[in-house]
Ligand binder design. Sequence first.
Ligand code: TXA
Ligand code: MG
Length: 327
Amino acid sequence: MIITPEIIKQAVNILENEGLVAFPTETVYGLGADASNENAVRKIFRAKGRPYDHPLIVHIGSLKQWDEWALDISPEAHALAKAFWPGPLTMVLKKQPHVLDVVSGAQKTIGIRMPRHPVAQTLLQSFGKGLAAPSANRFTHISPTTAAAVKEELTDKVDLVLDGGNCEVGLESTIVDMSGNQPIVLRPGIITAQAISAVLGVEVASLTKDGIDVQRAPGMHHLHYAPHTQTSLVAKEAIPATLNALTPHDLPVVFLVRSDKEFAHTHHIHWVKMPEDAATYGHDLYRTLRSLDSQGFKRIFIEAVPEGIEWEAIRDRLAKATVPRGG
Ligand code: TXA
Ligand code: MG
């Protein structure tokens, strides 16, 4: 799809009439609605099957719009905007009183992001207002990183899908809470706590590492964002034992591995080699899982990834993808 001015005009027209437009960002595709229109925002929750207490991120196209949504924006928050916006960073700040409860999950704070994908930028600038947008998937599924994946997830529940190709980052934005005394990373992403710390010159806590009260991140902890196929993590050393323990009932299975060791493909045991570096791995992860999920495997096994900080967001998503369903 070539994104012409006519298509952008059509998208803006849909948004102005309480419709839903899915659009690419550099992280994952978003499902956008006019953040100042309650009817429009409610459609997002219905389309996704998402509970209403999960707050949405408001996407803005320029810094001028920032204080229309947030209060008490600190110099530190400005420093992060200067360093990382437009880009894959969401900041949680105190909200303006007019922000709809349906957007903020009736909390006192609001998540704001300025994405850098050119299609997102064009859309936001043409619309001129804030766009509430979660990832464009059904609740608890994995986020879409292509326009085709959005259509697979939401079928006729979205009025228009803007196709901006494969998402560059492939994992959701880093969320940092800047509403309190100390910055806290609520959801790790490609912008690490260290990178934020380097800009601010202060310690940055991380929800996933520091055991902070998860109430700060509603709905973030107990949920899984998982393939339908039963998916498990397995340490590299445990792969042979895992293979030995498979019963005919488990087959066919697929292993996502990072090791170079060549494993023999059989009719029932498949191997997918994942990238060695974190950035490419993150870029490919959701697309790979989505594709394997539709291929009739009984189980997906994922080789655990390294401990380094650059793998933190991936470890977080793998942990969420491997929580047993119904558990
Ligand atoms: O990369 C992304 O962030 C994508 C693209 C489309 O921007 N969006 C995204 O939205 O991942 P969503 O709704 O799928 O995930 C947003 C997360 C939710 O888990 C929500 O609980 C959290 O952000 N969140 C939103 N507002 C918050 C707030 N005020 N305080 C704490 N957490 C918040
Ligand atoms: Mg999501």
